[in-house]
Design a binder for this molecule. Structure first.
Ligand code: CP
Length: 317
């Protein structure tokens, strides 16, 4: 297994099974700190820099909370418009990162351009963590999803995932790459205009990822252990900001998971994960069912970022 010390976390493509398992073990070790609402001193001498060029509630704050839980320092920006990258100068990633690397010991970056965190990693002498890049990938979210699945169902082998939503979405890319390392298979359900792109399908074929495209949630929910959701009504992730216009569409029934569908057709032990925020694809009355696990993910999301920060900064091996 490659060392995590000083490593960039940019993609789950190439992330090996032993590495997933090691990250999950470190999560288990650090989880009591978060569960007891303590702030430990593991990273007391380190500083996290958050560079968020796109809005975020969960990813930025969970990463910052993780750093606080480990006793570290945090600084950064959550709106690039307040930096020189977002005004007249349109400062490049290269020039920006050459500054940021002196302000912090690890950079957590979200960007509307696919590949921006990888570009940053080329120029930064400190580790860069991809917190979502355009339609590209969202590795810390999917590590959280997989850790949650392991905690809730006890295994990551022998399960069937139902992936529903916009298949161009960064989480869908990361989770399908991750599936190559486990005995998992997936049903993939999304509108035809949001289906997996041919070049991505070729990559999945090269990795022997097992998936079947299906027309609707209703057709495959009875055969699924993990229902993994993203909206189909969502913003353009290649924009720095995409505010809601007057009219937004509603989600066709084929891509919704309702309380009634779960009651009548889902496996009793199946779980629903959603990276959030949601639109109407996941009605709020699902929250009270035994299937909902997206709130446990909020806790696990902090623990996962604690593990990643501790590993790349060398506080855990
Ligand atoms: N899950 C997720 O990426 O949420 P945020 O956009 O709020 O960070």
């Amino acid at each position: 297994m490659r060392s995590f010390l000083g490593r960039d976390i940019l993609s789950l493509k190439g992330f090996e099974r032993a590495e997933f398992e090691h990250v999950f073990e470190v999560c288990d070790e650090l989880a009591p700190i978060a569960r007891n609402r303590q702030n430990a001193g593991l990273l007391a001498e380190k500083t996290l820099l958050t560079a968020f060029y796109q809005p975020s509630t969960r990813t930025r704050l969970a990463t910052e909370a993780a750093m606080h839980r480990l006793g570290g320092h945090v600084l950064g920006f959550s709106d690039a418009k307040m930096t020189r990258a977002g005004d007249f100068y349109q400062e490049s990633i290269k020039d920006t990162v050459h500054m940021l690397e002196y302000y912090g010991d690890v950079i957590a970056m979200r960007h509307f351009e696919q590949g921006a965190p990888a570009e940053a990693a080329k120029w930064a002498s400190v580790p860069v963590i991809n917190c979502g890049d355009g339609w590209g990938e969202h590795p810390t979210q999917v590590l959280t999803d997989l850790y949650t699945t392991k905690k809730e169902l006890g295994t990551l082998d022998g399960l069937t995932f139902l992936l529903v939503g916009d298949m161009r979405m960064r989480t869908m890319h990361s989770i399908l790459y991750a599936m190559s390392q486990f005995d998992l298979e997936a049903y993939v359900v999304g509108p035809p205009e949001m289906s997996l792109l041919p070049e991505f399908k070729s990559e999945l074929d090269e990795l022997n990822v097992r998936y079947t495209e299906a027309p609707s949630v209703a057709e495959v929910i009875a055969d699924s252990d993990v229902i993994y959701m993203e909206p189909v009504v969502q913003p353009d992730y290649t924009k720095s900001r995409d505010e809601r216009g007057e009219a937004v569409g509603t989600t066709p029934d084929a891509y919704r998971v309702t309380r009634e569908l779960l009651r009548d057709q889902a496996r009793p032990g199946s779980i629903v994960l959603h990276s959030l925020p949601r639109m109407d694809e996941l009605p709020e009355d699902v929250d009270a069912t035994r299937h909902a696990r997206y709130w446990s993910e909020a806790f696990n999301g902090v623990v996962m970022r604690m593990a990643l920060l501790a590993l790349v900064l060398g506080a855990m091996e």
